[in-house]
Design a protein around this ligand. Structure first.
Ligand code: NDP
Length: 240
């Protein structure tokens, strides 16, 4: 039986690697994006994975988007809450809009998407929800009170929903990547990034595929005894 997966932010970076690895493993995959249509089309051309455009921070848009995906691919078995943004500033300079935009995209999205698939998963007795946290939610990062707050909150959300869902065959886990070689990390000035890489014990940035392999395992039917956990993929940079 082929399972169906949604990957938010599934057309670029870590999400694209997750979409592709699920697709190669035989899943029916819907890759969600929001603004970068050129990248989404290029991703679909390369992989054959269809893309769907909607804003995961908007509940009504998620309702419509998920309905379209279900019509095209069937009921959702796996949800990867991967879409995320940064909008960095020290708190004493952060604008309310920067706070709100990051909370909405990184955290409201996790409620919106999970809320809309969890009932079906419970009814069918199977589901996998995988939420992308971050090393900076675990250890904090100057300039990222907004981002770190969302990524720490995702860990609490993951634990609580895992407890609610465990008896229904639905597992809920988080992945906390370290610094991964994507557009998001390329926004960091090169001289700062060099210093960060020097502090990573494996002495390199992670690859999107490093994270995708963990997501693929957690999505599998065989991973049913792992739930409520946060799996770090950070090259040894921060040991929890
Ligand atoms: P990228 O910036 O490379 O890609 C982000 C993806 O999210 C894009 O596909 C983007 O769509 C999508 N997206 C952003 N906002 C929305 C929205 N409102 N609705 C729908 N889709 C949206 O990110 P990464 O691959 O680097 O990061 C993926 C996740 O992993 C994020 O949650 C991030 O916080 C987390 N993470 C990343 C780390 C890293 O080092 N890269 C480290 C730790 C965690 P579009 O293409 O249309 O813009």
């Amino acid at each position: 039986m082929s399972r169906t997966a949604i990957v938010t932010g599934g057309t670029r970076g870590i999400g694209a690697a997750i979409s592709e690895s699920l697709h190669k493993a035989g899943y029916k995959v819907a890759a969600v994006y929001h603004g970068n249509g050129v990248a989404a089309q290029a991703f679909t051309n390369k992989t054959g994975v269809p893309h769907f455009k909607f804003d995961v921070g908007d509940f009504a848009a998620c309702q419509q988007g998920i309905a379209k995906i279900q019509t095209a691919l069937g009921p959702i078995d796996v949800l990867i809450n991967n879409a995320g943004i940064t909008s960095d500033a020290f708190l004493h300079k952060m604008k309310p809009e920067q706070w709100g935009e990051v909370i909405r995209t990184n955290l409201d999205s996790v409620f919106n998407m999970s809320r809309l698939v969890i009932e079906g998963m419970r009814d069918r007795g199977f589901g996998r929800i995988i939420n992308l946290s971050s090393i900076n939610g675990q250890k904090g990062q100057a300039g990222q009170t907004n981002y770190s707050a969302t990524k720490a909150a995702i860990i609490g959300f993951t634990k609580a929903l895992a407890l609610e869902s465990a008896s229904k065959g639905v597992t809920v886990n988080a992945i906390a990547p370290g610094y991964i070689d994507t557009d998001m990390v390329h926004a960091v000035p090169p001289e700062v990034l060099d210093k960060i890489v020097a502090r990573i014990p494996v002495k390199r940035l992670g690859k999107p595929e490093d994270v995708a392999r963990m997501a693929l395992f957690l999505a599998s039917d065989e991973a049913g005894f792992a739930t409520g956990a946060t799996f770090t993929v950070n090259g040894g940079q921060y040991l929890t």
